[in-house]
Design a protein around this ligand. Sequence first.
Ligand SMILES: NC(=O)c1ccc[n+]([C@@H]2O[C@H](COP(=O)([O-])OP(=O)(O)OC[C@H]3O[C@@H](n4cnc5c(N)ncnc54)[C@H](O)[C@@H]3O)[C@@H](O)[C@H]2O)c1
Length: 324
Amino acid sequence: MKTFSGKNILVTGADGFVASHLCEHLVSKNAKVIALLRRNSGGIFKNLNEIKKSVKIKWGDTQDLSLLTETTKNVDIIYHLAAQSHVGHSLYNPYETVTNDVLSTLNVVEAARKNDVKRVIHAGSSEIYGDPKYVPIDTKHPLQPRSPYAAAKASAENILESYFHTYGLPIVMSRFFNIFGPRQGLDQAIPKFILQALNGRNITIYGDGKQTRDYTYVDDAVNAYSKLGLIPNLEGKVMNFGTGKEIQIRKLAKLIIELCDSNSKLKFSKNLRSGETPRLLCNSNTAKKLTKWKPTISFEEGVKRTIEYYKDKTHLIDNIPYML
Ligand SMILES: NC(=O)c1ccc[n+]([C@@H]2O[C@H](COP(=O)([O-])OP(=O)(O)OC[C@H]3O[C@@H](n4cnc5c(N)ncnc54)[C@H](O)[C@@H]3O)[C@@H](O)[C@H]2O)c1
């Protein structure tokens, strides 16, 4: 596929953090976007509010096969991003997470198979690698999930792979390391630390803060997804996406304090949360080779942009105690 222009593209979980940025990109490229979102009684479009008139809104749940079968008629590409996406939440809600994330993926591929969708792109996660045996982590690294979320993502990939081999379904598997940027869920480290720093509150860090993450700014992640939709011969491939640079969580917190010009102090809790991976560092050589993807926004620049986004939303700090 050379361009997205005029193509029918379904994005699941379209009002989520990454998917909303992806929808904006696809709209800017003149795609006909079907944005599938879970119904809510407030009729709230969450992160899609700005572009709700430029996409076709479809309320529904990816656990509903009949809905997906109906929705994917004449669809060219499915970007499957809907998921219960939070590791911490999955520790307390394993049934919700596994049922939702696994069944949704099964439904997506089954609907795609029935309707001859040309490509299904899955939003996989580096969490499936668990506590790494070596770094940087490449796609050959064994899968050793440490949380129900990671287990669900690994299972989802197994389903995708089985549909590729059994039915020749054109699937593409991405495994993103941590993505960050405006609109991310407040249960994630970067938005949480920014809100704490902007409000002059202590920044709470799990464990000694020496755990590391490899962060990609959301625009670079969207660029990766764009390539996964357009580049030929990616079917059946699995690719890691990350910058190849890691940062300790304590250093990240200090950088945020500095960039927010804040007096916040670091407060350490005794242990890493169970299910948390101590180190994530990406080897994205396969992705680079197959797609020529490379991140363009430095970590510091991405953090600055994210701080700007939260400057007039500092009241959101009040929501943080309710996050798991
Ligand atoms: N953010 C990251 O760092 C990262 C890294 C790797 C992979 N991923 C994956 O990328 C995807 C997007 O992540 P995100 O950070 O934007 O998460 P998010 O929680 O902001 O977005 C997920 C969206 O999916 C929706 N959803 C969940 N279950 C649904 C269902 N059954 N039917 C319809 N909608 C449903 C949610 O309501 C939410 O809007 C997820 O699949 C996540 O696991 C994210």
